[in-house]
Design a protein around this ligand. Structure first.
Ligand code: ZN
Ligand code: FE
Length: 239
């Protein structure tokens, strides 16, 4: 493990976005994922003595990119995002594509394209650190809405996630656990895995912590959208 991960809640109580500060322990090089609001990120960076050199975006939506330009101004950060979103991500400096590696100091990220929520959405996957940043593709117990892509595209993006190792921890773009819980319970009220998942999530949320991170192994057992085995089934669940 060479990555230190700090969760920063942004747009609290409105959209409950999560930004993440990733620091490569070897070099101290830091990136901020999806900065949607400058103030809480700058505050946390000051507390921790961090100066993000990079912004990593998952997709172009404003609630993931609104503070891109402020991160550039405040920290001199360079913005890294999908080539497919080159016209839509504010201040984009470095384009990445599916299958690319991107080095944060000594920590290696793999770029996984995940169309569905938007076209050009990417996942940031750190295989050696067993960490996956899913933006608005996968949330706890739910998934992102289909704003631009098709259900088939979303299904194949979820398949890519399902194929990653079970002990990978995933870090979503919003705190939507309790929203997803109702529907998951409605479908699988007697699942012990889901009961356990929810108890843990509620305990953490009560303490003011994020519900996650949760492993993909746990998520696969409890998230109804990951339980869908083919696109038709996903279509039914999506209603
Ligand atoms: Zn979005
Ligand atoms: Fe979002």
């Amino acid at each position: 493990m060479s990555l230190k991960i700090e969760t920063v809640l942004c747009r609290a109580g409105v959209m409950d976005n999560y930004s993440y500060l990733l620091t490569d322990k070897e070099t101290g090089i830091t990136a901020v994922i999806d900065p949607s609001e400058s103030a809480p990120i700058v505050r946390r960076c000051k507390e921790l003595g961090l100066t993000p050199q990079y912004v990593f975006n998952t997709h172009h939506h404003f609630d993931h990119t609104d503070a891109n330009l402020q991160m550039k101004e405040t920290f001199g950060a360079r913005v890294v995002g999908a080539a497919a979103d080159s016209r839509r991500i504010p201040g984009l400096d470095i384009e990445v594509r599916d299958g690319d590696s991107f080095m944060l100091g000594q920590s290696r990220a793999e770029i996984i394209r995940a169309d569905g929520h938007t076209i050009g959405h990417i996942l940031w996957y750190f295989p050696d650190d067993k960490a996956l940043f899913t933006g608005d593709t996968l949330f706890n117990l739910c998934i992102g809405g289909l704003f631009e892509g098709t259900m088939e595209q979303m299904f194949s993006s979820l398949e890519k996630i399902k194929n990653l190792p079970d002990d990978t921890l995933f870090y979503p773009g919003h705190e939507y656990t309790m929203g997803g819980a109702d529907f998951a319970l409605y479908l699988n009220s007697d699942s012990p895995d889901l009961q356990h998942y929810l108890k843990k999530a509620q305990d953490r949320l009560r303490k003011g912590l994020p519900a996650g991170p949760v492993t993909l192994g746990e998520e696969k057992k409890c998230n109804p959208y990951l339980l869908a085995e083919h696109p038709e089934q996903l279509r039914k669940i999506l209603g």
